[in-house]
Design a protein around this ligand. Structure first.
Ligand SMILES: C[S@@+](CC[C@H](N)C(=O)[O-])C[C@H]1O[C@@H](n2cnc3c(N)ncnc32)[C@H](O)[C@@H]1O
Length: 332
């Protein structure tokens, strides 16, 4: 459950009522066929911590690759949006622990700018950790966190005297369908001016075995992350999922160009979710689809950005061409 931070005032917009939202999603998703749960539900306190462990796994290349691109290009990224003469606001969708964002904040503070950092995330626990770390490393940065579900409640940014660098890192955009991702980016772009910039991190299509390994690691951390969604329903909605009756699976859907994470019922079983007034019967092999991670090509990145009102200016990739950071400005 999202909690109010004892350290930071998490947001000026109304806090989401996480329990009501969760019940609505559970009713929508678990009564439909195939059964689904929205990926934001993965990120409770434990889920956010498990995701941080995933980012350190040998098989999970996206975080390491993006970090190395950011460390090489942070100065150029910041310079694309400001010459140092005016304040900079860094707005980050789905900031999580914001560990890589520090590279950009370091580049910005080296310019002696007034820097405001605005991390947005559905997980108050992840934001709290991010804010504490950033405050310790960059005491001069003003932090304005916001707990928000940026899909259900598209954030409205206040006007800012200076330029804005918007970030959407960690290939989080890949968790959304092409239609959803365009809606998210259009809302963001509609609030940026031509002097602002937008940096998008995207995981690229590659060989299937590397993709599957990244979502089905040998230590079972991704499995624990995925299964924790059932734990969350047990904890917050008094559900009675027996986690030993489900197994994590990662599948490559080449037609949709996405990795899918599912939880597969290993036996026929009945589950009660009293807080949602639900009783569910699962057959052996029936799945709950919990997450997509779309994989991109140069063409699909450009199409996504153009369709959302952005003009790509610069793309940086690693030597293997496994990951891309694309810097854009708005077209309008
Ligand atoms: C894949 S993680 C990426 C975290 C971080 N940006 C990184 O690069 O490591 C996705 C992050 O987005 C957040 N998130 C997922 N769905 C969200 C939503 N609908 N609204 C707001 N935040 C969301 C999660 O809590 C999580 O912190």
């Amino acid at each position: 459950m999202t909690t109010l931070s004892p350290l930071f005032d998490l947001g000026s917009q109304p806090l989401i009522d996480a329990r009501t939202e969760l019940i609505r999603e559970v009713l929508d998703g678990l009564r439909s066929r195939p059964r689904t749960l929205k990926p934001w539900i993965l990120y409770d306190d434990l889920g956010s911590r498990l995701f941080e462990q995933i980012t350190d796994l040998p098989e999970y290349y996206p975080t390491r690759t993006e970090r190395s691109l950011l460390s090489r290009h942070a100065n150029a990224i910041v310079a694309s949006v400001t010459d140092g003469s005016q304040p900079l606001r860094v707005v980050e969708l789905g900031a999580g622990s914001a560990s890589k964002t520090c590279l950009l904040l370091a580049a910005a503070t080296r310019l002696h700018l007034d820097v405001v950092y605005m991390p947005l995330d559905v997980s108050g626990d992840a934001l709290d950790l991010a804010c504490t770390n950033i405050q310790n490393s960059f005491p001069e940065v003003l932090i304005e966190p916001m707990v928000v579900n940026y899909v259900d409640s598209p954030p409205q940014l206040e006007e800012f005297e200076g330029s804005t660098l918007a970030l959407y890192l960690g290939t989080s955009i890949g968790n959304f369908t092409p239609t959803e991702s365009r809606t998210i980016l259009r809302n963001l772009g509609s609030q940026l001016t031509r002097q602002d910039a937008f940096l998008l991190g995207t995981d690229l299509v590659k060989d299937e075995s590397s993709l599957i390994a990244a979502y089905q690691d040998s230590q079972g951390v991704t499995a624990a992350f995925n299964l924790n969604i059932l734990n969350r329903l047990n904890r917050e909605l008094d559900a009675d999922f027996d986690l030993s009756g489900f197994r994590h699976c990662a599948r490559w859907n080449s037609f949709e160009s996405r990795i899918e994470m599912h939880l597969e019922s290993t036996r026929s079983q009945a589950i009660q979710i009293p807080a949602a007034g639900l009783k569910l019967d699962f057959r052996t092999g029936e799945t709950i689809h919990t997450e997509n991670s779309y994989k991109f090509t140069d063409e699909t990145i450009r199409a996504l950005l153009f369709d959302s009102g952005f003009a790509p200016q610069m793309t940086w990739k690693d030597a293997r061409q496994w990951y891309a950071l694309t810097l854009s400005h708005t077209c309008e």
